[in-house]
Design a protein around this ligand. Structure first.
Ligand code: SF4
Length: 473
């Protein structure tokens, strides 16, 4: 499986992974003697799909150690929070939720509390947990996931608190057990880390340097997923467009999606996140020519103003971005485009913000992920002058959302009367289902739950701004 060699030490050596298998079995034996019914774990994930995918590996390892999963911390013998560092708000929520575990732990002394993920990879956060949350048993960063069995063994056998926040450029652990619970949908990580150092972003500091899995490992996993019933596979990475740059890879992202497209079976290929500076015509051609690749491109622009883009260290201009969009639309007229936008980057003026509004109108996005700038300690932007008040930024934010709402309403209205092939998913409303189009747009319709996980043809009958209604053909 792994491309480990003495020369290529991105990959965790097989001997280390075997050692973890032994710790898995030791923990399993220990837990079996303490919990006659299997021990219960509650795993909660904050943040992006990368974290969700990591949690699948964490749950895979916990399951091998004997844990089954529950939906609330009160019912759990082990509570694990996989945290996110991208926005201050998410960090505040984690501290609040860890605080809320204290009374539960007071009643249930043996309960283990484990914190991991990007937030914990920051030393000042791990130090705060050590100081102020003495009931937390185990804290580990993003580079230690494969060592969970050994760390848990130390906690259980010696009753010691463990803090494992190693500084690391990043590695790849192949072959970890994975517990997937997304039905016919699956995440497939193809690379980890980021080299871009966008000036507002903490990710390169907490997830290490960019490194790609070998194509043969990715293809083998994709084949397994398809064989086990996956119908919607999302390739994951912080910047998937620069896939394949480490030695021994020999394949770029465009070729990788062509190879996955060649795997037999009826399934959709999605990917995220793309970076405009690495998005090429070659990739857009591959998307257009591969039947299984979804007609959806999430291409975060962040700002429509060139000065702000330069300050963000994004390494493309508005004009280059719009050129890519024009080519993508030419090759795929039915393409659905989405993006991320930061409102109120330090030093941004209202006039510069208006360039973002004009850009979203020009592109015509299906939807946007919009955020008011959140200061991240340790990034370059954190030390930039930021004179505009939060209240003012909130007004700009609303203006952007209103503009996008009009664009989205026009787009959804244009879908009425047309029929789309969707992958059917559950819906909270009794007797209803949701279908996701190739463009990643949801359509709600009435139908039998037996359709969940299947493809179906749905005609759109009614459009509201953010929701489409339809009927099965
Ligand atoms: S590309 Fe930029 S925004 Fe995305 S993870 Fe890397 S540094 Fe952060």
């Amino acid at each position: 499986m792994s491309g480990y060699s003495e020369k290529n030490q991105i990959f965790i050596p097989p001997a280390e992974l075997e050692k973890q298998v032994k710790f898995t079995s030791l923990v399993h034996t220990m837990l079996a003697s303490r919990y006659p019914d299997s021990p219960k774990a509650f795993v909660h994930t904050y943040g992006c799909q990368g974290n969700v995918s990591d949690s699948e590996k964490i749950k895979g390892q916990l399951k091998k150690m004997g844990y089954s999963f529950v939906d609330s911390p009160e019912d759990a013998d082990l509570v694990l929070f996989n945290t996110c560092a991208v926005r201050e708000h998410a960090e505040d929520r984690v501290f609040g939720n860890v605080g809320a575990l204290k009374p539960i732990k007071e009643k249930k002394k043996d309960m283990l509390i484990v914190l991991c993920g990007c937030m914990m990879q920051q030393k000042h956060i791990a130090d705060r947990i050590k100081r102020s949350y003495p009931y937390v048993n185990l804290v580990f960063g993003t580079f230690a996931i494969h060592r969970l069995p050994e760390m848990l063994y130390t906690v259980l056998s010696r009753g010691k608190r463990v803090f494992e926040i190693e500084e690391n450029a990043g590695t790849i652990a192949e072959g970890l057990p994975t517990e997937r619970d997304r039905g016919a949908k699956a995440w497939l990580p193809i690379m980890y880390g980021c080299n871009n150092f966008c000036s507002y972003c903490i990710v390169p500091y907490v997830r290490g340097r960019e490194r790609s899995r070998l194509p043969e490992d990715i293809l083998a996993e994709a084949r397994e997923l398809v064989a086990s019933g996956a119908k919607d596979i999302t390739l994951l990475g912080q910047n998937v467009n620069s896939y394949g740059k480490n030695p021994d890879c020999g394949v770029n992202f465009a070729s990788l999606i062509r190879q996955i497209n060649d795997i037999e079976g009826d399934f959709v290929i999605r990917f995220m996140t793309s970076h405009p500076k690495d998005c090429t015509y070659e990739l857009l051609d591959a998307m257009a020519e591969c039947k299984k690749v979804a007609r959806h491109l999430h291409l975060p622009v962040q700002s429509g103003n060139n000065r702000v883009l330069a300050e963000m260290n994004r390494k493309y201009t508005r004009e280059q971005y719009l050129d890519l969009i024009a080519y993508a639309k030419k090759r795929m007229p039915d393409l659905s485009l989405t993006s991320d936008i930061i409102v109120g980057f330090p030093g941004e003026t209202y006039e510069e913000f208006l360039d973002t509004v004009s850009l979203i109108k020009e592109v015509g996005y299906t939807s946007l992920f919009t955020f008011i700038y959140s200061k991240r300690e340790g990034t370059k932007a954190a030390s930039m002058p930021d004179p505009v008040s939060y209240k003012e930024k909130s007004k700009w934010f609303k203006e952007l959302c209103d503009a996008q709402e009009e664009i989205a309403a026009r787009r959804t209205a244009s879908m009425v009367g047309k029929t789309y092939r969707v992958l059917v998913e559950p819906n909270d409303r009794e007797g209803w289902l949701t279908g996701r189009t190739s463009g990643n747009i949801s359509i709600d319709f009435e139908g039998d739950a037996a359709l969940i996980g299947q493809f179906a043809e749905i005609e759109v009958t009614e459009a509201k701004t953010w929701i489409l209604y339809g009927k099965k053909k």
